[in-house]
Design a protein. Structure first.
Length: 314
Protein backbone atom coordinates (compact mmCIF):
# COMPACT_ATOMS: atom_id res chain seq x y z
CA UNK A 1 0.00 0.00 0.00
CA UNK A 2 1.06 3.59 -0.54
CA UNK A 3 1.10 5.31 2.82
CA UNK A 4 -0.14 8.88 3.10
CA UNK A 5 -0.13 10.97 6.27
CA UNK A 6 -2.16 14.15 6.45
CA UNK A 7 0.90 16.26 7.22
CA UNK A 8 2.82 14.80 4.28
CA UNK A 9 2.39 12.18 1.59
CA UNK A 10 4.91 9.37 1.28
CA UNK A 11 4.86 6.80 -1.48
CA UNK A 12 7.39 4.61 -3.22
CA UNK A 13 7.48 4.60 -6.97
CA UNK A 14 10.32 3.27 -9.14
CA UNK A 15 12.38 2.72 -5.94
CA UNK A 16 12.15 6.41 -5.04
CA UNK A 17 10.43 8.16 -2.14
CA UNK A 18 8.46 11.33 -2.85
CA UNK A 19 7.01 13.78 -0.33
CA UNK A 20 4.19 16.28 -0.85
CA UNK A 21 3.13 18.95 1.59
CA UNK A 22 -0.55 18.78 2.61
CA UNK A 23 -2.27 21.23 4.95
CA UNK A 24 -5.90 20.34 4.34
CA UNK A 25 -7.28 18.75 7.48
CA UNK A 26 -10.84 18.17 8.65
CA UNK A 27 -11.78 17.37 5.06
CA UNK A 28 -13.78 14.48 3.64
CA UNK A 29 -11.54 11.63 2.50
CA UNK A 30 -13.05 11.53 -1.00
CA UNK A 31 -12.45 15.26 -1.52
CA UNK A 32 -8.93 14.95 -0.08
CA UNK A 33 -7.98 12.18 -2.53
CA UNK A 34 -9.62 14.00 -5.43
CA UNK A 35 -7.58 17.12 -4.62
CA UNK A 36 -4.35 15.10 -4.73
CA UNK A 37 -5.31 13.34 -7.98
CA UNK A 38 -7.90 15.55 -9.69
CA UNK A 39 -7.89 13.35 -12.80
CA UNK A 40 -9.76 10.66 -10.87
CA UNK A 41 -13.53 10.96 -10.73
CA UNK A 42 -15.43 10.96 -7.44
CA UNK A 43 -17.26 7.78 -8.46
CA UNK A 44 -13.94 5.95 -8.93
CA UNK A 45 -12.68 7.23 -5.54
CA UNK A 46 -15.87 6.16 -3.77
CA UNK A 47 -15.63 2.70 -5.34
CA UNK A 48 -12.00 2.45 -4.17
CA UNK A 49 -13.09 3.32 -0.63
CA UNK A 50 -15.77 0.61 -0.73
CA UNK A 51 -13.37 -2.04 -2.04
CA UNK A 52 -10.51 -1.07 0.28
CA UNK A 53 -8.11 0.25 -2.36
CA UNK A 54 -8.10 3.42 -0.26
CA UNK A 55 -8.09 3.05 3.54
CA UNK A 56 -7.63 5.26 6.60
CA UNK A 57 -5.52 3.79 9.42
CA UNK A 58 -5.65 0.50 7.46
CA UNK A 59 -9.44 0.35 7.85
CA UNK A 60 -12.21 0.85 5.34
CA UNK A 61 -14.07 4.14 5.80
CA UNK A 62 -17.00 5.81 4.10
CA UNK A 63 -16.51 8.64 1.61
CA UNK A 64 -17.84 11.10 4.22
CA UNK A 65 -15.07 10.31 6.75
CA UNK A 66 -13.23 13.49 7.83
CA UNK A 67 -9.45 13.40 8.19
CA UNK A 68 -7.59 14.52 11.30
CA UNK A 69 -3.92 15.21 12.10
CA UNK A 70 -3.30 11.68 13.39
CA UNK A 71 -4.84 9.84 10.41
CA UNK A 72 -2.86 7.87 7.88
CA UNK A 73 -4.24 7.25 4.41
CA UNK A 74 -3.24 4.12 2.52
CA UNK A 75 -3.66 3.89 -1.25
CA UNK A 76 -3.07 0.65 -3.15
CA UNK A 77 -0.49 1.43 -5.88
CA UNK A 78 -2.13 -0.99 -8.32
CA UNK A 79 -5.28 1.12 -8.16
CA UNK A 80 -3.35 4.29 -9.00
CA UNK A 81 -1.66 2.49 -11.89
CA UNK A 82 -5.06 1.38 -13.13
CA UNK A 83 -6.21 5.00 -13.03
CA UNK A 84 -3.12 5.85 -15.14
CA UNK A 85 -2.09 8.79 -12.96
CA UNK A 86 0.80 7.50 -10.80
CA UNK A 87 3.14 9.60 -12.93
CA UNK A 88 2.20 12.35 -15.38
CA UNK A 89 2.18 11.16 -18.97
CA UNK A 90 5.30 12.22 -20.88
CA UNK A 91 3.66 11.42 -24.20
CA UNK A 92 3.44 14.42 -26.52
CA UNK A 93 0.57 15.26 -28.80
CA UNK A 94 0.97 14.67 -32.51
CA UNK A 95 0.88 17.73 -34.77
CA UNK A 96 -2.80 17.09 -35.61
CA UNK A 97 -3.96 17.18 -31.98
CA UNK A 98 -1.55 19.96 -31.06
CA UNK A 99 -3.20 22.23 -33.61
CA UNK A 100 -6.71 20.99 -32.78
CA UNK A 101 -6.36 21.63 -29.04
CA UNK A 102 -4.81 25.05 -29.72
CA UNK A 103 -7.98 26.02 -31.55
CA UNK A 104 -10.05 25.20 -28.45
CA UNK A 105 -8.54 28.10 -26.50
CA UNK A 106 -10.85 31.13 -26.46
CA UNK A 107 -9.50 32.92 -23.37
CA UNK A 108 -6.13 32.80 -21.62
CA UNK A 109 -5.46 34.02 -18.07
CA UNK A 110 -2.30 33.57 -16.04
CA UNK A 111 -4.22 31.15 -13.79
CA UNK A 112 -6.58 29.40 -16.18
CA UNK A 113 -7.85 28.86 -19.72
CA UNK A 114 -11.39 28.89 -21.03
CA UNK A 115 -11.79 26.49 -23.92
CA UNK A 116 -14.49 25.53 -26.41
CA UNK A 117 -15.06 21.87 -25.59
CA UNK A 118 -16.28 19.93 -28.63
CA UNK A 119 -19.13 17.45 -28.38
CA UNK A 120 -18.16 13.77 -28.31
CA UNK A 121 -15.06 14.04 -26.08
CA UNK A 122 -15.47 13.40 -22.31
CA UNK A 123 -14.02 15.94 -19.90
CA UNK A 124 -12.30 13.42 -17.69
CA UNK A 125 -10.11 10.41 -18.37
CA UNK A 126 -11.54 7.12 -17.15
CA UNK A 127 -10.81 3.41 -17.35
CA UNK A 128 -13.00 3.08 -20.46
CA UNK A 129 -11.99 6.40 -22.08
CA UNK A 130 -8.92 6.65 -24.30
CA UNK A 131 -9.51 10.31 -25.19
CA UNK A 132 -10.42 13.11 -22.78
CA UNK A 133 -10.21 16.88 -22.46
CA UNK A 134 -8.08 16.81 -19.30
CA UNK A 135 -5.54 14.39 -20.82
CA UNK A 136 -5.30 16.27 -24.12
CA UNK A 137 -4.95 19.63 -22.35
CA UNK A 138 -2.28 18.24 -19.99
CA UNK A 139 -0.23 16.96 -22.91
CA UNK A 140 -0.77 20.19 -24.83
CA UNK A 141 0.33 22.32 -21.85
CA UNK A 142 3.18 19.98 -20.88
CA UNK A 143 2.00 19.80 -17.27
CA UNK A 144 -1.06 18.64 -15.29
CA UNK A 145 -4.19 20.78 -15.65
CA UNK A 146 -7.28 20.85 -13.43
CA UNK A 147 -10.94 20.74 -14.42
CA UNK A 148 -12.94 23.38 -12.56
CA UNK A 149 -16.28 21.99 -13.75
CA UNK A 150 -17.52 19.47 -16.31
CA UNK A 151 -19.81 19.13 -19.29
CA UNK A 152 -21.36 15.87 -20.44
CA UNK A 153 -19.51 13.98 -23.18
CA UNK A 154 -21.97 14.94 -25.92
CA UNK A 155 -22.36 18.57 -24.74
CA UNK A 156 -20.20 21.29 -26.29
CA UNK A 157 -19.32 24.69 -24.89
CA UNK A 158 -17.25 26.85 -22.57
CA UNK A 159 -15.11 24.97 -20.04
CA UNK A 160 -12.73 26.41 -17.43
CA UNK A 161 -9.35 24.65 -17.09
CA UNK A 162 -7.16 25.73 -14.15
CA UNK A 163 -3.37 25.79 -14.42
CA UNK A 164 -2.62 25.14 -10.74
CA UNK A 165 -4.34 23.43 -7.79
CA UNK A 166 -4.58 26.84 -6.07
CA UNK A 167 -6.45 28.48 -8.93
CA UNK A 168 -8.62 25.36 -9.31
CA UNK A 169 -9.60 25.67 -5.65
CA UNK A 170 -10.40 29.41 -5.98
CA UNK A 171 -12.44 28.89 -9.15
CA UNK A 172 -14.14 25.84 -7.66
CA UNK A 173 -15.20 27.93 -4.68
CA UNK A 174 -16.71 30.54 -7.04
CA UNK A 175 -18.54 27.75 -8.85
CA UNK A 176 -19.83 26.26 -5.59
CA UNK A 177 -21.03 29.66 -4.41
CA UNK A 178 -22.76 30.14 -7.79
CA UNK A 179 -20.75 33.27 -8.54
CA UNK A 180 -19.94 32.00 -12.04
CA UNK A 181 -22.89 32.61 -14.34
CA UNK A 182 -23.42 30.10 -17.15
CA UNK A 183 -25.79 30.30 -20.10
CA UNK A 184 -26.81 27.44 -22.35
CA UNK A 185 -28.37 27.00 -25.77
CA UNK A 186 -30.52 23.94 -26.42
CA UNK A 187 -32.38 22.67 -29.47
CA UNK A 188 -35.44 20.80 -28.22
CA UNK A 189 -38.20 18.79 -29.83
CA UNK A 190 -41.58 20.45 -30.33
CA UNK A 191 -42.81 24.03 -30.40
CA UNK A 192 -42.30 25.76 -27.04
CA UNK A 193 -45.32 28.03 -26.56
CA UNK A 194 -44.08 30.61 -24.02
CA UNK A 195 -41.44 33.25 -24.71
CA UNK A 196 -40.08 32.81 -21.20
CA UNK A 197 -40.69 30.44 -18.34
CA UNK A 198 -39.45 28.81 -15.15
CA UNK A 199 -39.18 25.07 -14.46
CA UNK A 200 -39.16 24.15 -10.77
CA UNK A 201 -39.79 20.40 -10.72
CA UNK A 202 -37.84 18.72 -7.87
CA UNK A 203 -35.34 16.04 -8.96
CA UNK A 204 -34.16 12.81 -7.37
CA UNK A 205 -31.08 10.77 -8.28
CA UNK A 206 -31.51 7.23 -9.59
CA UNK A 207 -28.87 4.60 -10.45
CA UNK A 208 -29.41 5.21 -14.17
CA UNK A 209 -29.94 8.96 -14.24
CA UNK A 210 -31.89 11.80 -12.67
CA UNK A 211 -35.68 11.87 -12.56
CA UNK A 212 -38.37 14.41 -11.75
CA UNK A 213 -39.90 13.57 -8.37
CA UNK A 214 -43.60 14.40 -8.04
CA UNK A 215 -44.94 14.72 -5.46
CA UNK A 216 -41.94 16.15 -3.62
CA UNK A 217 -40.27 13.79 -1.11
CA UNK A 218 -37.61 14.25 1.63
CA UNK A 219 -35.00 12.88 -0.80
CA UNK A 220 -35.92 15.14 -3.71
CA UNK A 221 -33.73 18.12 -4.59
CA UNK A 222 -34.97 21.66 -5.14
CA UNK A 223 -34.30 22.67 -8.75
CA UNK A 224 -34.91 25.82 -10.77
CA UNK A 225 -34.32 26.33 -14.50
CA UNK A 226 -35.20 29.49 -16.40
CA UNK A 227 -35.66 29.49 -20.17
CA UNK A 228 -36.05 32.05 -22.96
CA UNK A 229 -37.36 31.06 -26.38
CA UNK A 230 -35.01 32.22 -29.14
CA UNK A 231 -36.77 30.62 -32.12
CA UNK A 232 -39.32 28.05 -33.34
CA UNK A 233 -38.85 26.01 -36.51
CA UNK A 234 -40.82 23.50 -38.59
CA UNK A 235 -38.15 22.04 -40.92
CA UNK A 236 -37.18 19.21 -40.93
CA UNK A 237 -39.61 18.80 -38.00
CA UNK A 238 -40.99 20.96 -35.18
CA UNK A 239 -38.22 22.11 -32.85
CA UNK A 240 -37.33 25.14 -30.73
CA UNK A 241 -34.17 26.99 -29.81
CA UNK A 242 -33.98 27.87 -26.10
CA UNK A 243 -31.60 29.94 -24.00
CA UNK A 244 -31.31 28.42 -20.52
CA UNK A 245 -30.11 29.67 -17.15
CA UNK A 246 -29.49 27.44 -14.13
CA UNK A 247 -30.53 28.79 -10.74
CA UNK A 248 -29.52 25.47 -9.17
CA UNK A 249 -26.94 23.01 -10.40
CA UNK A 250 -28.13 19.40 -10.27
CA UNK A 251 -26.94 16.42 -12.27
CA UNK A 252 -28.57 16.42 -15.73
CA UNK A 253 -30.91 19.17 -14.54
CA UNK A 254 -31.52 20.71 -17.96
CA UNK A 255 -31.99 17.37 -19.66
CA UNK A 256 -34.42 16.05 -17.03
CA UNK A 257 -36.40 19.29 -16.74
CA UNK A 258 -36.85 19.76 -20.49
CA UNK A 259 -37.80 16.11 -20.98
CA UNK A 260 -40.45 16.34 -18.27
CA UNK A 261 -41.73 19.53 -19.86
CA UNK A 262 -42.35 17.52 -23.04
CA UNK A 263 -39.49 19.11 -24.99
CA UNK A 264 -36.47 16.76 -24.68
CA UNK A 265 -33.16 17.97 -26.06
CA UNK A 266 -32.48 16.70 -29.58
CA UNK A 267 -29.95 13.89 -29.55
CA UNK A 268 -30.65 12.94 -25.90
CA UNK A 269 -30.87 9.15 -25.91
CA UNK A 270 -31.29 8.97 -22.12
CA UNK A 271 -34.05 11.49 -21.43
CA UNK A 272 -35.46 11.66 -24.95
CA UNK A 273 -38.33 9.63 -26.35
CA UNK A 274 -37.69 6.58 -28.49
CA UNK A 275 -40.49 7.36 -30.97
CA UNK A 276 -38.85 10.60 -32.11
CA UNK A 277 -37.64 10.10 -35.68
CA UNK A 278 -34.43 12.07 -35.34
CA UNK A 279 -30.93 10.74 -34.77
CA UNK A 280 -28.45 13.53 -34.02
CA UNK A 281 -24.72 12.92 -33.79
CA UNK A 282 -24.46 14.88 -30.53
CA UNK A 283 -26.61 16.29 -27.78
CA UNK A 284 -27.85 19.68 -29.00
CA UNK A 285 -26.89 21.46 -25.79
CA UNK A 286 -24.18 24.10 -25.71
CA UNK A 287 -22.71 26.17 -22.87
CA UNK A 288 -22.20 29.47 -24.66
CA UNK A 289 -21.16 32.04 -22.05
CA UNK A 290 -19.39 32.41 -18.71
CA UNK A 291 -19.41 35.56 -16.60
CA UNK A 292 -17.70 36.05 -13.23
CA UNK A 293 -15.22 38.13 -11.23
CA UNK A 294 -11.76 36.67 -10.62
CA UNK A 295 -9.40 38.61 -8.33
CA UNK A 296 -11.80 41.55 -8.68
CA UNK A 297 -11.41 41.54 -12.47
CA UNK A 298 -14.50 40.89 -14.63
CA UNK A 299 -14.36 37.85 -16.92
CA UNK A 300 -16.96 37.60 -19.68
CA UNK A 301 -16.52 35.00 -22.41
CA UNK A 302 -18.95 34.07 -25.18
CA UNK A 303 -18.43 30.68 -26.75
CA UNK A 304 -19.80 30.14 -30.27
CA UNK A 305 -20.51 26.48 -31.09
CA UNK A 306 -17.78 24.51 -32.83
CA UNK A 307 -19.67 21.24 -33.31
CA UNK A 308 -21.94 22.41 -36.16
CA UNK A 309 -24.71 23.04 -33.65
CA UNK A 310 -27.32 24.01 -36.24
CA UNK A 311 -25.89 22.30 -39.35
CA UNK A 312 -27.93 19.13 -38.90
CA UNK A 313 -31.12 21.11 -39.50
CA UNK A 314 -30.07 23.19 -42.52
Amino acid sequence: MIKLRCSCILYKCMNQESYFSVTRLDQRIDKWVHYEWPQISYSAIQKALRTGDIRVNRKKVSSSYRLSQIDEVYVYPGWLKKMSILEPSKEKLCAYWQEKVSRWIIYTHEDFWIIRKPAGIPCQKGTSQTLSVDDLMSKWAGCPVYLVHRLDKFVSGALIIAKTPCSASALGKLMKERKIQKRYWALVHGRVQKDQGHIRFPLVNHPFGTRVCLPETPKSLVCHTEYFRRGVYRVPFDYSWLELSLHTGRKHQLRAHLSHLGHPIIGDNVYGKSFLDCSASSLKLHSFSLAFFYNESPILVDCPPIDEFFTYFS
